[in-house]
Design a protein around this ligand. Structure first.
Ligand code: HXC
Ligand code: NAP
Length: 292
């Protein structure tokens, strides 16, 4: 057993249809690959149809599963309804939807135009709202049960400088997750979130660590486990939270970041910079203060 391996039995998702927004690249593509390997029919959707088609062909060739590309800008409610309509027509039902599509880039906030700020809010928060509302209404009307999984990040609750629109939007998605988990549970709809730390993808790395920032700020150094994430360990968690094995988990956000955000949060975590040999001296200094 190791974290680079798939965790589920073959065909665990047989006869399931799963929609993945932003499924043509990065983490969404890895989710599509693993869930398809497990027997699910996958709908991948994003703005760039050509990219989706290439991904679908590549994965189908590799896995022999069914991967259906449908173009849709999640910012536009009508396009979302249309995409879900096509998915129902082709598959008869949808069992789960992963709100994975996102937009992001680093910038001092004062340099952003109002439109730049809105662009990120629209993709991440409004896009998640659009997909959730449109599919939630269908499920409730048809009396179908289902699972939503929202991909956020740890700065949804800590906030983060230089990615402020993304932090605001992801915080909103987390609030949506915790709110609807309660409100829609009565319809048999579960909603959870995953908060990944750094998992290398072209989309994120090019926008968050452009040029030589990748070498200057090696993200591994911020992480107690001293490594970035492997896509398979994230997709194992995705599969678990979509599966019936997690039937009692609802409204939860699961962090998968090697301890990164807590490293930044703990008041005395900086003491890991103290060399081992200094601790004897420090202990003596502290003990010498006894009774004073
Ligand atoms: C300042 C910028 C900018 C930049 C764009 N804009 N890039 N402003 N600095 N680097 C401004 C534009 O000038 C414009 O404002 C507005 O933003 C919209 O830009 P467009 O290019 O017209 O938008 P669009 O074509 O919709 O592209 C959206 C995008 C793009 C977000 C800008 O990067 C994209 O398509 N991203 C999708 C994929 C992605 O971002 N993946 C990374 C996710 S990583 P004006 O005023 O000029 O009109 C992630 C990780 C989180 O979320 C956690 C990591 C640990
Ligand atoms: P990515 O490859 O850039 O994925 C983002 C996807 O969103 C792209 O496929 C993009 O496709 C799609 N998208 C963007 N705007 C859209 C829109 N308006 N409508 C529909 N689709 C749209 O980046 P990633 O790293 O895999 O990120 C995936 C998710 O993980 C995101 O939610 C991100 O915030 C989260 N995350 C990533 C990391 C990480 O380290 N990689 C860490 C924490 C959280 P098109 O351009 O074709 O539309």
């Amino acid at each position: 057993m190791n974290y680079k391996q798939g965790m589920f039995k073959e065909n665990s998702f047989f006869n399931q249809t799963i929609v993945i927004t932003g499924g043509g690249s990065g983490l969404g593509k890895s989710m599509a690959k693993y869930l398809s390997q497990l027997g699910a029919t996958i709908i991948i959707t994003s703005r760039n149809f050509e990219k989706l088609q290439i991904t679908a062909e590549e994965l189908q060739e590799e896995i022999k599963g069914v991967i259906i590309p449908i173009a849709c800008d999640v910012r536009d409610y009508e396009q979302v309804e249309k995409m879900l309509g096509i998915a129902y027509e082709k598959c008869g039902k949808i069992d789960a939807l992963i709100n994975n599509a996102a937009g992001n880039f680093i910038s001092p906030t004062e340099r952003l135009s109002a439109n730049a700020f809105d662009t990120i809010l629209d993709i991440v928060l409004k896009g998640t709202k659009n997909c959730t509302l449109a599919l939630g209404k269908k499920w409730i009307k048809n009396q179908e049960e289902g699972v939503f999984l929202n991909i956020v990040t740890t700065y949804a609750w800590t906030g983060s400088a230089y990615v402020v629109p993304s932090a605001c939007a992801k915080a909103g998605v987390l609030a949506l997750t915790r709110s609807l988990a309660v409100e829609w549970a009565k319809y048999g709809i579960r909603m959870n979130a995953i908060a990944p730390g750094p998992f290398p993808t072209e989309g994120a790395w090019n926008r968050l660590l452009p040029g030589n920032l990748k070498d200057k700020f090696d993200l591994k150094n911020k992480i107690p486990l001293k490594r970035v994430g492997e896509h398979q360990e994230l997709t194992n968690l995705v599969a678990y939270l979509l599966s019936d094995f997690s039937a009692y988990i609802n409204g939860e956000v699961v962090t998968i970041d090697g301890g990164e955000w807590l490293q930044g949060a703990g008041e005395f975590n900086f003491l890991d910079q103290i060399p081992e040999e200094m601790w004897d001296m420090l202990e003596q200094m502290i003990r010498a203060k006894k009774g004073k």
